[in-house]
Write a protein that binds this ligand. Structure first.
Ligand code: F6P
Length: 355
């Protein structure tokens, strides 16, 4: 199908690489004869009719920029029946043939809701630093976030070594421990804490005391200990640090402990080359998918188990959003084989962390 009107929006937590996806959709869309309109501030902007036509001069050089040039939001009104009706009316008034939604689980849930009455073709792209989107090997933004965490941990390790200290570094990820796991290994952490383990506070403290005794005790040879904690572990980092500090007086006299919560630092910054490539390839697949009438699907990057249908790109598969959301539930309640696999892989190397 030629001469489509494709609308695109970014929604929920921004993720590095969103701009690379926007640019690809616009460049590919315009080159293939389509009109491309950006909707500002996610679903809230759609409800308010806050749109802008995307032209090639307007998107030069955005691939390397973090955040999203379209802005984002978490709209409370959009999922309501009134919000859905208004969104459909806005899309009709725009004359949109297709809507591409770039975002995480909340955004994809919104896309699926909207797709029910098919106001136009609706395609989703997985973008969230948390890597908690079902059927998505890596979502846009994950690799950049991992690299940012590793760099922060390396810096913290420098100062920690200088003072022979232990550090707890808390990272984002909502209920998903993926960022902590992957970055913790890469940063040579001594321990990685993630919510999926289900460990309670006392058990965590007992295990961490052992880690710190081994690192700094009479047979220890460490100048620093690094504990990477996912925000999915509900015990606050400061509270863990305080409890461990009370024990350090006996366990490793002279050793201090500090905590750092990286927070939104992890979400900003330039996307890595991998995130740009993922964004470009799923973005391109989305444009082609719209032309072919793909509806209520997400263009997934290397989905575990090869879910969905093939596209022209061997790394990108078109997965029904309903399937994505069902698998997301399993990721979050811990029943997905993907979670079991992540934990198994980590446990195989966990005993090496304290070496
Ligand atoms: O989903 C992305 C994310 O950055 C999570 O890791 C984090 O828990 C949450 O968003 C923070 O949301 P907000 O920016 O609204 O505080």
């Amino acid at each position: 199908m030629r001469d489509m009107h494709i609308a695109v929006l970014t929604s929920g937590g921004d993720a590095p690489g969103m701009n690379a996806a926007i640019r690809t959709i616009a460049v590919a869309g315009i080159a293939r004869g389509h009109k491309v309109t950006g909707i500002r501030r996610g679903y809230q902007g759609l409800l308010e009719g806050d749109t802008t036509e995307i032209t090639l001069p307007g998107i030069v050089g955005i691939t390397h920029q973090g955040g999203t040039i379209l802005g984002s939001s978490r709209s409370a009104e959009f999922p309501t029946p009134e919000g859905q009706a208004r969104a459909r009316a806005r899309l009709a008034a725009m004359g949109a043939d297709a809507l591409i939604v770039i975002g995480g689980n909340g955004s994809l849930t919104g896309a699926h809701l909207l797709a029910r009455e098919r106001p136009c073709t609706i395609v989703g792209l997985p973008a969230s630093i948390d890597n908690d989107i079902g059927c998505s090997g890596l979502s846009i933004g994950v690799d950049s976030a991992v690299n940012t965490i590793v760099e922060a941990c390396d810096r913290i390790s420098d100062t920690a070594r200088a003072h022979r200290r232990a550090f707890i570094v808390e990272v984002m990820g909502r209920r998903c421990g993926f960022l902590a796991m992957r970055a913790g290994l890469a940063a040579e952490a001594d321990a990685i804490l993630y919510g999926e383990s289900g460990l309670g506070e006392d058990e965590l403290v007992a295990r961490l005391r052992e880690v710190l005794r081994r690192a700094f005790g009479p047979d220890g040879y460490k100048q620093r200990a690094l504990i990477v904690k996912s925000e999915g572990v509900s015990v606050p980092a400061a509270r863990l640090a305080k409890r461990l500090a009370d024990h350090l007086i006996d366990d490793a006299p002279g050793v201090d402990i500090r905590e750092t919560v990286l927070g939104h630092v992890v979400r900003g910054g330039n996307p890595t080359a991998l995130d740009r490539v993922i964004a470009q390839r799923v973005g391109f697949a989305a444009v082609v998918g719209c032309e072919r009438g793909a509806h209520d699907v997400m263009m997934a990057w290397e989905p575990p188990g090869g879910a969905g249908a093939e596209t022209a790109d061997p790394s990108v598969r078109a997965v029904p959003i309903a399937e994505v959301l069902a698998e997301t539930e399993r990721l979050l309640d811990g029943t997905s084989p993907v979670i079991r696999k992540r934990m198994e892989l980590l446990s195989q190397v966990e005993h090496l962390l304290v070496a």
